[in-house]
Each structure stands twice: as C-alpha cells, then as structure tokens.
Design a protein around this ligand. Structure first.
Ligand SMILES: [Zn+2]
Length: 411
C-alpha cells in the first residue's frame, strides 16, 4: 500500500507500476571492512497516480542520505562528455548566449558540462548538493555552491548574483523529492525571457524497452512529456520545444520558458511527441498495468542464460558498476555465484563492492588479465563505446552480454 500522496497532485489513488522488492541504495558501494555488517535495504516499489499519471517512488530514503556524498562523476564517460560539449555549442548559438549571459546548472556534478561554457567566457554557476563532486568542479574553475535546489535556494541565488538566462538540469528532475518546490524554484530564478532546458529519461522508452533497471531510489519520478508539461504549467512555465535523445536508453530534452513570455513559439516537435505519447497509451492508466509482467519475464530469461553459462563452466566478468547495474543485480539475485567481479573506470569504486550483491570492483585491466568467456555490460546505454574499448576480448573468444531490453549475446 502506498502511504504518501502523489508527489505532484497529492492524490491518494496510487497503483502499483512495478515492485522490484527490497534493494540497497544503488550508489552505496561497500569497503571490504563493511562486508560483514548489516546493510540497509529499502522498498523499490513504483506507483502510478490515477489522477495525474505521474510514475513515482515513495520517498523511502531521505535525499540527504543519498546525495551528500555521491560516487557518480559524470566526467568518467567519454560519450557523456561529447554529448555535453555538443549541447553547449548548440544552446549558445541557438539562444545567442555570450559574455553578459548567465548560465546556472542544477545538479552540476563535477563541472562536466559547465566547463564548456567557462571555455567560452560565459559566466556560470553550478548548484550541487554533493560536496565531494562539487570540489572537483571548483578545482576545474567552475563556480559551484553546495546546496539542494528549491524555491529557497532560488531566492538566495537570485538575490546574491541575479537571475539566469539559461537554467540547465540534466538528469536531476527525476531525482527531486519535492517536485513542486523544485519547479517553483526554476520559475523564480529564470529571467523574464530566459530559458530552461532539462534532460531526463523518457518514460515511454523505459516502458517500451523494458528498462526497469533505471528504477532506483535516487529516481523518485519517471516522466512522460505529458506529465512534465502538466507539472511545469502548474508553475507558470510552458514547454515550447523538445528533442528526443538516445542518452540513457532514450531521453527527452525539454525547453521551457515563462508562460508569460510571448517571444517563443511552441514547435511542431512538441505536437508530434504529444501525439506519439497519446498513441502509445501514455494518457491511459491501464497501459501502466502491463509493465510488471514484462520485467519478471526478463529476470527469468537472464537467469536462464546465466545458469546455463555456469553449467557449461564459463566465466563471467561484469563491466561497469552503475546505479542501474545494482538494481538489476539485486532484483535478479546475481552475485559472485554468477559474476566473478566487475570493473569500472572510476577509481573511487576500485577495491569496493557492489551494494547488496558484494561483487568486487577492479580496474578495467583485470579483464585482460583473467580473460573471461563473457563480459556482462551493466551500463547497456554505453554498450557501443564499451564494446569498442574492449574489442580485444575477441582475441580469446570472449563475448559480450547485454541484459536489456532482453538478454542478448554479442561478439
Ligand atoms: Zn498525481
């Protein structure tokens, strides 16, 4: 039973979307001396609101417990850095940003994106709640304040250094527990003719491609365009353009402005996407009731593959230790009985263990040392980049395993 009202509309009519059981926080990697200690697990039970159709987790965990020290450094992915640079070039040109503009990024992480605006001489401010990643940003010359964002922070920042021409929020909207206060904050901080762009995984892709592993405690909400439009409209903001992106298995980049700003036309892309969502059943609650079955089926198939591989005496190594990997491993009950170890480019994770499943994490060199039969790619959204980097596993007949949308072997 859902105990809290809907995060957006406060309705109490919430229905199960999918229940992934109990899971630890997916970024809470363990040191060796923590392996024999008790580990907190929280429900990973997702609901859909009958009234507004927002798909959401309850706030099982306080955001302070998740985001104040964060193991995710955006700069460890080449694909993501290229994506960020392309975005900066595009947005500066399209909206004529220059030396007198002001760019604010919410959840600016390690400065992976704002650095490209700094290079162009455009004044920036990052707002980031995790002190450890914010420090990295500051050392790169990206001005950053360590804070959670909401209407209070918006007033403080606007008062101290003025409003923004561009507010950016990439992969943060889903991670906001107080959604209304967060969107209200953007409305406060935005100049009358300013714009907001935000990227977030598209719920339609999550459902169509069975990306249940993108569900984790850090992600409180899962958005369709229709629902985001409704949330922004409630705070006097209008979505005037949208792009579909391939990042994170299918994301949206929305463009918003003040509803009062008459200078921006709603594009055809908005109309096309809204029609596509309607055709896919995004506006009908019964569409949401078929997802759980598909997720169970994927678990069965993945375990079938893993059991068969182990019976044949094959060795399996993981690649990556992303948040989504931890949902998958915990939900499917995959531990070192199937996967000997995993590797990650982020040195912060080396020598640590995956939460809940206790799979050791090493430097990527471990793969060429042990020559596993299969490399199980956990961040499947980066599979092209990873398969290129690890093409050398062909030398010993190694093959790749991709778990989502359904388990598949690639060589
Ligand atoms: Zn609702």
């Amino acid at each position: 039973m859902a105990r809290s009202p809907c995060r957006f509309c406060k309705s109490l009519s919430l229905h199960t979307f999918v229940d992934l059981g109990m899971s630890p926080l997916c970024e809470s990697f363990l040191a060796a001396d923590q392996l024999n200690q008790m580990e907190p697990f929280y429900p990973l039970h997702v609901y859909v609101c009958e009234n507004c159709l927002l798909v959401q987790l309850q706030e099982y965990v306080r955001p302070e417990d998740i985001f104040t020290e964060y193991a995710y450094f955006s700069s460890y992915s080449d694909t993501w850095l290229r994506h960020s640079k392309d975005y900066a070039d595009m947005v500066v040109e399209r909206f004529n940003l220059g030396l007198h503009s002001r760019v604010v990024e919410l959840a600016s992480n390690d400065g992976y994106l704002l650095q490209y605006f700094v290079q162009k001489g455009i004044p920036v401010l990052g707002i980031e709640p995790a002190a450890n990643v914010a420090e990295t940003a500051i050392s790169k010359g990206v001005t950053t304040v360590v804070k959670f964002f909401g209407s209070k922070t918006a007033h403080e920042v606007a008062g101290a250094s003025g409003k923004a021409d561009l507010i950016i929020g990439n992969n943060v909207l889903a991670q906001v527990p107080d959604l209304n206060d967060f969107v209200a904050g953007m409305q406060i901080l935005l100049k009358p003719d300013g714009i907001i762009t935000m990227e977030f995984p598209h719920l339609m892709s999550l459902m169509e491609s069975n990306q249940f592993d993108t569900i984790y405690h850090e992600h409180f909400s899962y958005f369709s365009f229709a629902v985001v439009e409704r949330v922004f409209a409630a705070h006097a903001l209008t979505l005037f353009d949208v792009e579909k992106l391939s990042t994170h298995g299918g994301s949206l980049r929305i463009y918003a402005c003040h509803t009062e700003d008459a200078g921006k036309q709603v594009t055809t892309r908005v109309k096309v996407l809204k029609a596509a969502e309607e055709a896919a059943g995004v506006l009908r609650i019964d569409t949401y009731f078929s997802f759980a079955k598909k997720v169970e089926e994927t678990k069965h198939k993945l375990l079938e593959f893993l059991i068969e591989a182990k019976r044949e005496g094959k060795s399996i190594a993981g690649y990556g230790a992303p948040g989504k990997g931890n949902t998958l491993l915990n939900y499917c009950g995959v531990r070192t009985d199937f996967i000997d170890y995993t590797v990650d480019r982020n040195p912060y994770k080396h020598g640590k263990y995956t939460p809940g499943t206790h799979i050791p994490i090493f430097h990527p060199n471990k793969i060429s040392e042990t020559k596993p039969d299969y490399v199980f790619i956990l961040p499947w959204n980066l599979k092209d980049e990873i398969m290129k980097q690890l093409a050398y596993i062909n030398e010993w007949g190694g093959r790749f395993v991709i778990p989502i949308p359904e388990p598949k072997i690639c060589s």
